[in-house]
Write a protein that binds this ligand. Structure first.
Ligand SMILES: Cc1cc2nc3c(=O)[nH]c(=O)nc-3n(C[C@H](O)[C@H](O)[C@H](O)COP(=O)(O)O)c2cc1C
Length: 402
């Protein structure tokens, strides 16, 4: 295990990943759609929320432990499903799943992963969650659900915000593909990433493990590209949610909710959790940041008297961000880029380091706010006036200037 003591914040991991990971895969992670405004707001809105420091409170015996839809978690953080993860580091999904298992947080596997559902099941012990993209090919979708059941996945995440694809300029310009095409520019760039190349030579997993060999007619890179371009089903609706819930028969998480009306629909659908998420700013550019959308959704769900858990992702780069999301009513969070930077920098050790950093930041900040149990944190730890305005399109006015 590498000694990563001098890696002290997620930003350190991002910088190392930027150096080590081939340009097209680093860019794929570190970008949002169109102008990237929502991508940036996801992070900057967290910074606008201020915490209230309390003193002379006994801060011994603190705990961040909780559970997310019955899965015990050492802190209210799960690894979000992300595509192409095995291109950040060879066999990346296996490394991330192992780090999550050892740290005691849930791991989610994307439909668009490089390692397959079966790869994760064979290489880990803890049950993991599987994220489903609904494709036009219904036989493929029902097989995928069956494979997730056979692999003992303990929840299905239905991603609701990707019926159509947001555009990320860099992916088009870089010609993103897995594996990378052997163009002159790619070869020159790969020559500067020797560790990545060596690791990749040591694995056979170079393309989408849940698709190639499973979807009809997909056996090489060009058929795969054509298939993915036409397969995301734009007709997906709430009626399909009921059908998928029946097919799956287990715990269901709906990810990608940004409005109270949709949160109410999710609660009425019988799902176990919903994730307030704008897909990390990768879909609708110009949408609110997730943290700005959270409070109204929590209120709407409470008014429904629903037991659905409300989680949040998009923009979490520190333990303070987790603490702020919990204080505004989420009972869990998910991280995407924060773990991907760790993975690209140091593989499994890097994901572990990202989790350690977030844990420590959350724990110490909670203590400064006078709390010892994450499950009892509420919005009284926040400075009034610093979170209510997040939704407003007006320039933010600091309460100090009132
Ligand atoms: C590189 C990358 C790939 C992603 N791929 C998927 C995916 O395949 N399925 C999915 O539901 N969400 C996907 N997401 C969205 C994440 O699950 C999550 O919502 C997002 O990363 C949270 O924002 P954050 O990266 O700021 O933490 C992806 C996000 C990133 C950054």
């Amino acid at each position: 295990m590498k000694d990563l003591k001098k890696i002290t914040e997620v930003e350190d991991l991002r910088r190392v990943a930027e150096r080590k990971v081939p340009r097209m895969f680093y860019d794929y992670v570190d970008s949002g759609s169109w102008t990237e405004t929502t991508y940036r707001n996801n992070e900057s809105d967290f910074d606008r929320i201020k915490l209230r420091q309390r003193v002379l409170v006994n801060m011994e015996g603190r705990s961040l432990a909780t559970n997310m839809i019955g899965t015990p978690a050492s802190m209210p953080v799960a690894i979000a499903p992300t595509g192409f993860t095995g291109m950040m580091w060879a066999d990346g999904e296996i490394h991330a799943a192992r780090a999550a298992e050892k740290f005691g947080v849930p791991f989610s596997l994307s439909t668009m992963s490089i390692c397959s559902i079966e790869d994760i099941a064979e290489n880990t012990n803890a049950p993991f969650w599987f994220q489903l993209y609904v494709m036009r090919d219904q036989e493929y979708v029902s097989n995928l659900i069956q494979r997730a059941k056979d692999a003992n996945c303990s929840a299905l995440i239905l991603t609701a915000d990707l019926q159509v694809l947001g555009q990320r300029h860099k992916d088009i310009k870089n010609g993103l593909s897995a594996p990378p095409r052997p163009t002159f520019a790619n070869i020159v760039n790969l020559m500067t990433k020797p560790q990545w190349c060596m690791n990749m030579l040591g694995t056979k997993r170079h393309t989408f493990g849940n698709i190639v060999g499973h979807a009809k007619g997909v056996d090489d890179l060009s058929s795969l590209t054509a298939w993915t371009e036409e397969q995301f089903d734009p007709r997906l609706s709430w009626d399909d949610v009921a059908r998928i819930k029946d097919m799956w028969g287990g715990k269901l998480i709906i990810k990608g909710i940004m409005e109270p009306e949709d949160a109410i629909m999710a609660a009425r659908s019988g799902a176990d959790a919903l994730v307030v998420s704008n897909h990390g700013g990768r879909q609708l550019d110009g949408a609110l940041s997730s943290i700005a959308a959270l409070a109204d959704i929590v209120q709407a769900v409470r008014a429904e008297n629903s037991n659905i858990e409300v989680w949040l992702d998009s923009g979490i780069r520190s333990g303070q961000d987790v603490l702020k999301a919990i204080s505004l009513g989420a009972t869990g969070t998910m991280i995407g880029r924060a773990f991907l930077y760790g993975l690209g920098a140091y593989g499994e050790d890097g994901v572990r380091r990202a989790l350690e950093i977030i844990y420590k930041e959350c724990d110490i900040s909670m203590a400064f706010c006078g709390h010892t149990n994450i499950n009892q944190v509420a919005d009284d730890i926040l400075v009034k006036g610093t979170y209510e305005q997040l939704k407003s399109s007006q320039p933010y006015i600091s309460p100090l200037r009132w």
